[in-house]
Design a protein. Structure first.
Length: 255
């Protein structure tokens, strides 16, 4: 077995989650320093126009108002939004236009993706700001950010309310490890199911991927190394399994 593999295995055995703490050191305030653009909170009293009159609500400056209306109609249908929630969804889109670089169409499209991922109308409104600020901070499209973050939540069985913390953790670990959030998202897509089945938490998984990235191991190589480590630790016959046995431990003890 390669020396690097053994070293990585024992980093995990040693409690590599401490690597996450080191990576995040000095950036714990990142989330608080990001501009909050949750339109639902900021624009509560700024309902604009009738529910069906989206084109009029956004005015002549909005291109593709029909697409926005179609998107919001789809969100309303998926979530069974109440009249009040429909107005909040409109306000959220307007707030996104005013507070970010994204267009009304992009913001409405992100709401559709969140709704399709199981978010209620209120949850979609509450979390749109976190999704868009993550996308803006990491040069991603609104659709890419909404789809990727929602997929991670699904894989680990996390609730919609966690999406803001997930976005902040990805951004902090990426910066601390000298990698990109895109690389971490791709890593999570490749190892998420194995990590979840092994009982490794979402935050620890991001930490492990950050540790690998800090050593120059990213993309497919990171996925391969991570999954190999999980298999080695869980296999009693492997060298890692035997090492754990000598300590009176087993792979399940790290879940």
């Amino acid at each position: 077995m390669a020396k690097q593999d053994v070293e990585l295995q024992f980093k995990l055995i040693d409690g590599v989650s401490r690597g996450l703490a080191e990576i995040q050191k000095g950036v714990s305030g990142l989330g608080a320093s990001l501009v909050k653009i949750n339109a639902a909170a900021e624009l509560t009293g700024k309902a604009f126009g009738a529910i069906g009159d989206v084109a009029g609500a956004f005015g002549d400056a909005v291109v593709g108002a029909a697409s926005v209306e179609d998107a919001l109609t789809r969100v309303n249908s998926i979530t069974n939004a109440t009249v009040e929630e429909q107005k909040a969804l409109q306000d959220a889109v307007r707030g996104a236009v005013e507070g970010t670089r994204f267009s009304a169409e992009e913001a409405a499209g992100a709401l559709v993706l969140l709704a399709e991922d199981g978010f209620s109308a209120k949850e979609a409104v509450d979390q749109l700001g976190s999704v868009l600020q993550f996308a803006q901070a990491n040069a991603q499209s609104a659709a890419t950010a909404a789809g990727a973050l929602g997929s991670v939540l699904d894989t680990f069985g996390e609730k919609p309310a966690v999406i803001g913390a997930l976005a902040d953790t990805l951004t902090a670990v990426a910066r601390g490890a000298g990698t990109s959030t895109k690389a971490l998202q791709e890593g999570l897509a490749g190892v998420g199911n194995a990590a979840d089945q092994a009982g490794i938490s979402l935050n620890d998984t991001i930490g492990y991927l950050g540790l690998l990235a800090s050593r120059g191991i990213e993309g497919g190589a990171a996925v391969g190394n991570f999954n190999k480590i999980i298999r080695e630790i869980e296999d009693p016959a492997s060298k890692a399994g035997q090492a754990l046995a000598t300590l009176g431990l087993q792979g399940a003890d790290f879940a």
